[in-house]
Design a protein around this ligand. Structure first.
Ligand SMILES: Nc1ncnc2c1ncn2[C@@H]1O[C@H](COP(=O)(O)OP(=O)(O)OP(=O)(O)O)[C@@H](O)[C@H]1O
Ligand SMILES: [Mg+2]
Length: 461
């Protein structure tokens, strides 16, 4: 059957069509996102289509027949939680992460464990030879009879293997290396990635096989390929961590089956080991009695975790003071420095300020504001905060301290980890849940600094 070919220009960010190539998309305002795309007159379907011969008329939602297939375990409690309570049959999951962070390790372990406990798993390794995968599987103790392996990049053949084997889980490592032979673009191109993902989506939904795909990330940290990939899948997991430490964090940034949780792992020779008590890990190396260190209970998904926030404020040797952050948004740092200067009277605007959330976590909730502001003031005044106090609250531009969500859960986690006192927003400080724990309610940032024992003037040496 001959297929009429045609080309259009399309923005890979917003999907708008253009008449010709341009460096700038007039619909979404993004640069360098317009790419040429080959279309066929009988274009392949993009979303889910009903199998041939089935009734496709609209029906009332309450009359849709379904048999709910129960979730099953991936063999790792951390990954199960991140997936929203185990693997959902027929789900489509994208795992992204930096090179060498451990994506193949995670999925090889998953393959071995699911093959042992549930049924066949097909691992499509389009990047590595079967020997390489076998060596890794041996090292991780993931060799199992129904862990099936194929080194193939052609989507037509992958579809055939899938139909023949009907696995519980299909793993494609990676989406950038597989290709559809009827599309002329190279593997990894926007069109190939999108069309391969669309085919895998249909395979997942029609067969009830859970499909995991590996996606590489660009230098900016986004998953390479079209943004549309993230919309197509049910779940997007980012695998992160500082490569020179053994800790790895897997974070759900999208999940149609549960809250956005994080999972913590320790990487070793035998692979990834679950770290069930993340707070203990993040606090294990904290410097007791050092200025600029504050413990903040943050909520990741549904789980409270204690994270150390560190700040270092020092006099600058440059014309413009430097602001560097790790795990915290730089705009949050700028804003808090401005509030400390204007509302508290700490003249730190001309100083360099460096802050980091330890352990490689990324904190983007406002509840970290007060802890971060106190850490900055603590470093500036060289005055340490009591190591058994946690600090929780959002800071407004007027220097007021605002309430945060799930305060009780945060305090319970702090009490569980042996902390004795919490500085919290006064508006939320109604009932103390633990008699051995002191809650200090504060209405402003100045009150919080007093409660933490930090003066308003820089220590003179
Ligand atoms: N004995 C070992 N042999 C090989 N890798 C090990 C060993 N012990 C720990 N590792 C870790 O495993 C990592 C490799 O993991 P893996 O191949 O799963 O990464 P990846 O994210 O799939 O990488 P890529 O993007 O290259 O496919 C190494 O960076 C290293 O940190
Ligand atoms: Mg890999």
């Amino acid at each position: 059957m001959s297929k009429k070919k045609n080309t259009v220009w399309i923005c890979q960010s917003c999907g708008a069509k253009a008449f010709k190539w341009a460096g700038y998309c007039s619909s979404c305002g993004e640069w360098n996102t317009i790419v040429e795309e080959v279309i066929r007159s009988e274009d392949s379907p993009r979303g889910i289509s009903a199998p041939a011969g089935t009734d496709v008329r609209p029906v009332a939602v309450g009359h849709v027949s379904f048999t709910e297939a129960p979730r099953f375990s991936s063999g790792s409690a951390e990954l199960d939680r991140v997936l929203g309570g185990g693997i959902v049959p027929g789900s489509f999951v994208l795992v992204g992460g930096d090179p060498g962070i451990g994506k193949s390790t995670l999925l090889t372990q998953l393959a071995g464990r699911v093959a042992e406990s549930k049924g066949p798993v097909l691992y499509v390794s389009a990047e590595e030879s079967p020997q390489q995968v076998r060596i890794r599987a041996e090292r991780l103790g993931a060799v199992a009879d129904s862990f099936m392996l194929v080194s193939e990049a052609d989507m037509e053949l992958i579809d055939e293997y899938m139909k023949a084997l009907q696995p519980e889980v299909l793993i494609v490592d990676s989406i950038q290396t597989v290709y559809k032979p009827d599309i002329p673009s190279a593997p990894g191109s926007v069109v190939q990635v999108r069309e391969c993902a669309a085919q895998l989506l249909r395979m997942a939904k029609n067969s009830k096989t859970a499909v995991f795909i590996v996606g590489h990330v660009t230098k900016e940290g986004a998953i390479a390929g079209p943004r549309i990939l993230e919309h197509m899948v049910d779940t997007v997991l980012y695998f992160d961590g500082e490569r020179h430490t053994q800790y790895r964090i897997i974070q759900a940034v999208k999940n149609r089956f549960g809250a956005l949780e994080i999972g913590v792992y320790e990487m070793g020779d035998n692979g990834l080991k679950d770290v069930p008590n993340a707070s203990e890990l993040f606090l294990s190396e904290r410097p007791i009695g050092a200025s600029g260190s504050v413990i903040v209970p943050v909520i990741e998904g549904t789980r409270p975790i204690l994270v150390e926030v560190q700040a270092l404020v020092s006099s600058t040797s440059y014309q413009n003071a430097r602001r560097t952050t790790n795990g915290i948004d730089v705009n949050r740092l700028q804003l808090l420095i401005a509030v400390l200067e204007k509302r508290v009277g700490l003249p730190m605007g001309g100083n360099d300020a460096f802050v980091k959330a330890t352990g490689g976590v990324k904190i983007d909730e406002p509840a970290v504001d007060l802890g971060l502001a106190v850490a900055l003031a603590s470093s500036y005044c060289d005055c340490p905060v009591d190591p058994y106090t946690v600090i929780i609250g959002e800071v407004g531009l007027a220097g007021e301290v605002r309430a945060v969500t799930q305060l009780e859960q945060r305090i319970k986690e702090a009490a569980k980890m042996g902390f004795k006192k919490a500085i919290v927003p006064a508006s939320a400080c109604k009932n103390n849940i633990d008699p051995g724990f002191t809650l200090v309610g504060v209405g402003t940032l100045i009150e919080a600094l007093h409660a933490a024992g930090i003066g308003g003037r820089k220590k003179q040496h």
